[in-house]
Structure formats: C-alpha cells, structure tokens
Design a protein around this ligand. Structure first.
Ligand code: ADP
Ligand code: MG
Length: 854
C-alpha cells in the first residue's frame, strides 16, 4: 500500500538533493506520505549514517500514532528502532533510529546536549501550522548547523505551499513538491445562521449525518469537533439516530488511551464514523472518508490576557483550516463536506490563523531560550519577530517570578536580564512559568494538591455563571458561604460540589455553576498533579492552611498585586503603575491588599476601558516582606512646598512601584531639606538676606585672583561650590523663615584659611591705597577687569595706573567730573594726564570754577 503514495515520486530527487545539500523544503498535500515515509527513506538510503532522525510534530497524538504506524510498516516493535517522546511519555531506546517528538522535547534536549550528538537529521513536520516550538527549534537548528554541526541535515515539510518567508529564511535550493491526488469535494453550507440554531453543535452534526445517509451518501464519515467532551456528545447523538446502524462509531482525541487512538485509524469491514479534534485536519489521515462534517470549531492555544497565561479556548477556525478539513473527504473518491455554518458566516472568518509566535504568551519559551544562552531575545534569529510588547511582557513576568534577574555585571549596563537558578528549576516543569513557580512554592508550603487545583481552576472559562437569579444566589451563599480569604476558595468549594455530583447539569445549575467548565477542570487537575509528582512534589490532598495557599497564589501571580485606593470605592492600584477595579462579586472586600488571578479589560460606554480584577486573594503586607524582600523599597520623598514655603517629607514603602505605606516624616532629613532650599535660593525664589553684595564681591575677588595668579594656589569658588555653600547655609533649616536671616559671610570666608585670606587681601584688595592717600573701593567683575571710580581731584598726584594681582592687572579707572558724571575710562593714567587732561581741564574749569584744578 505505501508503495503507491505520491511521496515516492520524490524519492530519487530527495535522496540526491539531500546527499548534496543540508537544507531541504518538501511540500506535498496531506496523505501523500510525508510523515510516515520520508524518515524511512533517509534511513533506507543511508543518509543517517549511524545516527537518528528526529521528527518534530506539533501534536502529541500524531507523534504517537505516526511512530506506531512507521514501526508497524518496518515490522519492528514500537520503542525500539522507531520511538516517540511527548510531554508526558517516552518510548525510545538506544537502538532508536526514527524518533517522533513534540513541543519542547527537542529544544530541551538541545539544552542538555547542545551538539545534538547522535542526531543526523531533523525533520520539521507540519511546518505550515507555525507552532511556536517549530519556529524556535528550527532557529536553534540553523544556528547549530552553521556552527558546530555543519553535517546536520534539516528538512522542513509542509502540506501547503509556503510563502517566500521560509525560503528567505532557510536559503535552501528550490523546494521539492509532490502533487497529491485529490478528488473534488462538494461543500454545503447551512441556510440559517448558526446563532439562530439553539441546538447543541453535536445534535446539528448528528442531523447532518442522518440526512447524508438517508440520501444514499457513501463511504466513511469524519466529524470535526473541538474537544473530548463535544466528541463524546456527538457520538452519543449519532448513536441515537437510526441511520447509524451498521456504522462503527469512534472518537479520536489526545485524552484517549493509546488503544482507542489506534482503533480510530484502523480498518473495519463496516463503515465508520470518526469524530475527531483537528488532529485529523492535516496531521493524520483517515482513509476512506467520503463525508466531512465540520463544526468549524477548535480549541486553539492563545494567550489569554485575562489570566495571563496561554489557554485553549474554543474558537472558530480560519477559512484555510476549513478547506483543509474539507479536503479529507476527497482522498480516495469525490466527496462531500457539510459545514455547520452559512456561506455568509464563512466569508466573515479570517483567511488564516496567526502563527503562534504572534498570538501566544512567550514566558515559557523566553525562559527556555535564556537557559540555552540566548541573552538578547531581540537579536535571536526569529523566523518572524514577535511583538516587542509580548517580549517585554514575558521578561517582566519572569523577573517578577524570580526566574530572571537583571544582569548586574558592570561591563553590561543595559544588558538583558539573565536566568536565575530558580528559573532553571522552573524549567523542569513542562508548564507555564507562573504555575511552575506556584507549584515549587506549594511544595515549601505543604499545599501542592490545592495549588494544582487552583492552577486547573484558573485555566478555562469562568466556573460561575454570571447572570443568576436571587434563588441561585441564596443557594450559593448557603452552600459556599460568603466569607473567604480568596475567591479561589469559593471556586474550589463549588468545584468540589460539582465533582461530587458528577458534573450533572441539574445540580450545577442550582448552584449557578457551568457544568461543562467544571467537568474540564478534572483532567487538567490530573495533568498538573502528574507533572508535580514527576518533579518529586508531594501531591497528597491533605489538610492545608489557608494562608499557605494564599501565599502560593501570591507567588504565582505576584505581577498582579493590588492595593485598594480607598474603602469607599473598589478602585485599586496595581504593581508596575497600573490601575484597576475590584470585581463587585469578589468576597475579598475587607482586605486593603490583594492579588488578582484574573485581570479583565471591559469596554465602558464612552470608549473608556475598565480593568476589572477578579479571582482575588487577600494578602498580608508582611508576606511581601517575607517573600520578596528584594522587591520592596523604602524611599524617603522630600519636596519643597511653595505654599507652605517649607520642605516636607514622607517615607514610602513600595512593592514594584505600588505604594504600600506612606508616612509623614518630621523633621525632614536635613541633607535633602538643605538641598531643596538651596535650589529655591539659587533659582531666586527664596532670599538669604545676609548674602549681600559684599559676599558676592568676596567671591569675585577670590576667583579673579585665582585666574591671574594661579601660582598662589587659592581655591576658586565655582558655580557648584557656590551651590554647596548655599546648601551649607541652609543646613539644619526646613523653611523659608529659618534661612532668611542666617549668617553667611563668615561661612563663605571660611573657604580660605588665614594665610590664604591674607594673600587675597593683599593681591585683590577690597580697597586700594593710592599715592595721594585716597582709599577707593575696587569693584570686581566676573569677566571684565576690576575698576575704581574717582573724581579727577581725587586722582591728583596719581600718575600711574594702579595695579593688582601682583601688578599683573591694571585697574580700570572711571574718571568722574565733580558732578560724578563719567568723563573718561582708562587703564593708562599716565597717558590720560598727558594727552586728555589739558583739554578736559579747560572745559571743566569753566563749568566748575569753584573746584581745584591743577
Ligand atoms: P502526510 O504526512 O503526507 O500527510 P502520512 O505519511 O501521514 O502522509 O500518511 C500517508 C498514508 O499512510 C495515509 O494516506 C494513510 O493511508 C497511511 N497511514 C498513515 N498512518 C496510518 C495509520 N496509523 N493507519 C493506517 N494508515 C495510515
Ligand atoms: Mg503528515
């Protein structure tokens, strides 16, 4: 049978190309034989040497089934020559040559053994789906191939023709393409929009099945449903239809036991109906299908900003995915696809899914990459760069969780954060870092079971129905109580109740609990418990302390700590400068400090958005000190209050930018008070009465002398020194009143010692001693030469220009008339007497005859 698969057209060229090249792209439609045959070809033609080929698969179920199929075709036992490794199981041995793996398995292996010893080739299967781990592992593999492992062969396979993106990225030779054999598929839509049909989706699917069979439709049937629960319901509904007589009815999803998974792809004498998740879309081929019934829904992993994690929410698939699903009906003969939505609705669907790198939370992969030594994520070799916001958010969260810490090495001031030992321990958990951190904390606090339940409860949709009537409310209050230190405790009680009642819709409805959501918590809880056990944690559901669990929630969600702004409203301030409002229905109404496991943005009338904090847990401030000592800061904030004209201060304790405590500090710290007052003085808004002209002149004299006679070694007073002097004057004061009359002069002059002061008085004197006995005051300036101003009569007998600074600087003489009107400005008195004075004398004598004129 495999001999006739279309992929064999490519065998010769694939082998030839791969002998010569190290990178190949292969595209062929689903069912061509890529996943099962290409690994075997590499093995058969000796392209693997002694090593193995690792096939990266996006889905666990597919990895296991493909391994089983290949082992079967080769006639070997699964786990020997052919094996698989997925998140929760592993069947490989030393003899394994073809190994199918999923998700982070290969990336983690690259962490442990960066050279990937023993691996000769990597196949990236289903690459068109653009799963995050496919992108990242390919990037790392390219790095490896370009450095230590040039011999490593890389093969990228995809069911749809890739865009230029991949070719530009890989720079391989031209892609190898196989044409599949496809038969036409008739697509039928519904006449009325899906929202008008109030029947559950599985009943609609069962009806479509019956109509098809009644009309004489042939062949096997494949139904696409989003998840295990819907699949079970669909099988029930079909079983109730008379038309299902003679059909084998089979589920196919990841939660089935391996035996049941095998049953879905096996061949039967009778016709079969397989109800599957989107694993049958392109990853697995079910032969003989002539009818596809498509619910149009899938659980799509997506970042849920409300919970701050990646979740699987049921969403409408894209048009491209719907076309893939329809194609499953035309593999062996012409087929039919019934879509459970209208043509109009189809046109409104997105054409493609966004690649995961654009829609998932990156915290887990950022941590993995950091552990692999990729420091700068912005310079990582992304096939498509994620949004900066997503990278920054991931780093912030990992810093908050303690998985990363700022790089404090002095030669890298702006280096990106680095992984911590705690971060490496968290990485051992195949979970979102938020939960890895919470489970590690829970082990210390003796409440691993409860933490797993919290993790499971915060994954899916709301457990509680929102709009409930008074009766339900009262019943809830009776049964669950109205007081608890955490909304999560109420959720736990409600879920326990639902579980005890076997998730019966009636029982759940009475309590206003969403039965389907409650049911989905159980497998999640099992999954978390299994991971915890694998990591050696104690998962016994014993007694626990409320506060222990509260602390674990805090540790897992410490990026969402909030403080109530007042007791009158529900407004809160969050860490990192965000704001929000506590949900009205929260039971945590009394605690001023809380942590929210859910942060929801809701649009308000008027275009504003409101951030609602729900699933809240009360906190004691002391826990923050206990658990995050490094993230608490105690600052003293001082400021000058212009109305009070004084400095005020308060001490502020904050946690990652969230103010926890604020207290007035009296008196304010002297140093900052002096600094703030000095700033006001220097800006001219406050005045020191004693800092007068003579003080300024003293400083100017000093700086003048320093400029002209540096050898005297007098220390000048710079602008900065001046500020320090003003600060010294203000020291010990906190108000305008206290500094106004503070003494200044002696403090400023203490800048110089006695000997220096003597030099200053001698060489930059306050007053000059002139030959005629006059003692004029000298005015010093910052840029111009110093000057005196004297009437002509006061200058008689002074023949030479007086000089200062050891005779180096002639004084600028302002010569005044008897009326003190300036008549001449000169630095050359001798020349004045000789050249100008005779003429000036005649003039002035006439005006001032009573004065002496020589
Ligand atoms: P591709 O990867 O190109 O979609 P596969 O290698 O998965 O193709 O499958 C090729 C063919 O092998 C399918 O068309 C199907 O007939 C057959 N096949 C694959 N897996 C199984 C299986 N587990 N059981 C039965 N047939 C299978
Ligand atoms: Mg395949």
């Amino acid at each position: 049978m495999p001999d006739r698969l279309p992929i064999y057209e490519l065998e010769d060229s694939l082998v030839a190309r791969f002998r010569a090249e190290r990178r190949l792209i292969v595209t062929a439609p689903t069912g061509s034989g890529k996943s099962t045959q290409v690994p075997q070809m590499l093995l058969r033609h000796g392209l693997l040497g002694d090593g193995q080929v690792v096939v990266l698969q996006p889905r666990r179920l597919a990895a296991r089934l493909l391994a089983a199929r290949v082992a079967n075709e080769l006639g070997v036992e699964l786990g020997h020559e052919v094996g698989y490794q997925i998140r929760f199981e592993s069947r490989v041995s030393d003899t394994t040559r073809i190994r199918f793996v999923t998700e982070g398995v290969l990336l983690r292996q690259m962490l442990d053994d960066p050279l990937l010893r023993g691996v000769s080739a990597l196949i990236f299967d289903e690459f068109h789906e653009r799963h995050l781990y496919g992108d990242l592992t390919l990037a790392r593999a390219l790095d490896l191939q370009e450095s230590a492992r040039p011999d490593l062969r890389l093969l990228v396979m995809s069911a749809t023709l890739q865009t230029r993106l991949l070719s530009d990225y890989l720079k391989p030779g031209p892609p190898l393409m196989a044409e599949g054999r496809v038969f036409p598929v008739e697509v039928r839509y519904q006449d009325t929009p899906s929202y008008t049909d109030r029947r559950p989706i599985w009943e609609q699917a069962a009806d479509a099945f019956s109509q098809y069979v009644q009309a004489g439709g042939e062949g096997d049937v494949l139904v696409f449903m989003p998840g295990a629960f819907e699949i079970q319901q669909t099988l029930e509904a079909i079983r109730h239809q008379d038309e299902s007589r003679g059909f084998v009815l089979l589920p196919l999803h990841g939660e089935l036991a391996p035996r049941d998974q095998d049953a879905a792809v096996a061949r039967y004498d009778r016709r079969k109906v397989v109800v599957s998740t989107n694993v049958a879309e392109t990853s697995l081929t079910i032969d003989g299908v002539r009818l596809v019934i498509d619910s149009g829904l899938a659980r799509i992993p997506r970042y849920d900003p409300y919970r701050g994690i990646n979740t699987l929410l049921i969403e409408k698939i894209s048009r491209a995915a719907a076309d893939q699903r329809a194609g499953r009906a035309g593999r062996t003969a012409p087929g039919t696809c019934i879509r459970l939505w209208t043509e109009q609705e189809h046109a409104e669907r997105p054409t493609h899914e966004l690649p995961e790198v654009k829609r998932l939370d990156l915290a887990e992969v950022v941590l993995t990459l950091k552990a692999a030594g990729v420091q700068d994520l912005r310079r990582f070799r992304w096939l498509e760069l994620p949004e900066e916001r997503a990278l920054a958010h991931a780093e912030e969260l990992l810093l908050d969780l303690g998985a990363l810490k700022p790089d404090t090495s002095p030669n890298a001031p702006h280096a990106p954060p680095v992984i911590t030992p705690l971060g490496r321990r968290m990485l051992a958990f195949p979970l979102h870092p938020r939960y890895a951190r919470m489970l590690l904390a829970a082990q210390d606090h003796g409440c691993v079971y409860q933490a797993c339940l919290v993790a499971a409860l915060t994954q899916g949709r709301d457990l509680f129905l929102r709009q409930v009537d008074k009766r339900v409310k009262e019943y809830r209050e009776d049964l669950l109580g109205t007081e608890a230190p955490s909304d999560l405790f109420l959720l736990m009680r409600a879920w326990n109740f639902a579980a005890k009642n076997d998730y019966r819709v009636e029982a759940c409805r009475k309590l206003g609990v969403h039965a389907v959501t409650a049911r989905q918590v159980a497998p999640l809880l099992d999954q978390f418990l299994r991971i915890a056990r694998e990591q050696g944690l104690d998962t016994q559901p014993g007694r626990f302390q409320d506060t222990a669990l509260q602390k674990c929630v805090l540790i897992g969600f410490s990026d969402r700590v909030a403080r109530r702004l007042d007791s009158g409203t529900l407004r809160c301030e969050l860490v990192h400068g965000r704001r929000g409002v506590l949900a009205r229905e929260s039971v945590v109404q009394q605690s001023p400090l809380l942590v929210a496991a859910e942060v929801r943005e809701v649009g308000q009338t008027g275009g504003e958005t409101h951030t609602i904090l729900s699933l809240a847990t009360a906190l004691e401030p002391a826990w923050l000190t206990e658990l995050f000592p490094e993230d608490l800061t105690r600052d003293t904030r001082t400021s000058y209050d212009p109305t009070l004209r004084r400095v005020t201060a308060e001490t502020v304790v904050s946690f990652r930018g969230l103010t926890l405590e604020q207290r007035r500090l009296e008196p304010p710290p002297t140093d900052s008070a002096a600094r703030l007052l000095a700033a006001e003085v220097l800006a001219g808004r406050l005045k020191l009465e004693q800092w007068d002209h003579s003080v300024d002149q003293w400083i100017l004299r000093l700086n003048f002398l320093h400029r002209h006679c540096p050898e005297l070694g007098l220390p000048p007073i710079t602008e900065e020194d001046r500020r320090l002097l003003v600060e010294q004057v203000c020291h010990g004061a906190c108000s305008s009143k206290e500094i106004r009359d503070k003494p200044v002069k002696s403090l400023v002059q203490s800048w110089l010692n006695a000997a220096q002061r003597h030099l200053l008085d001698r060489h930059a004197p306050e007053r000059l001693e002139l030959a005629n006995g006059q003692r004029p005051k000298v005015a010093y300036h910052a840029a111009n030469p110093p000057h005196i101003a004297l009437r002509i009569q006061e200058l008689f007998d002074v023949h030479q220009t007086p000089r200062v600074a050891q005779g180096r600087v002639p004084i600028l003489v302002h010569i005044l008339a008897p009326s003190r009107r300036p008549v001449q400005v000169t630095q050359d008195l001798a020349n004045f007497w000789k050249e100008h004075y005779p003429r000036l004398k005649q003039e002035l004598q006439r005006q001032y005859p009573k004065h002496e004129w020589r």
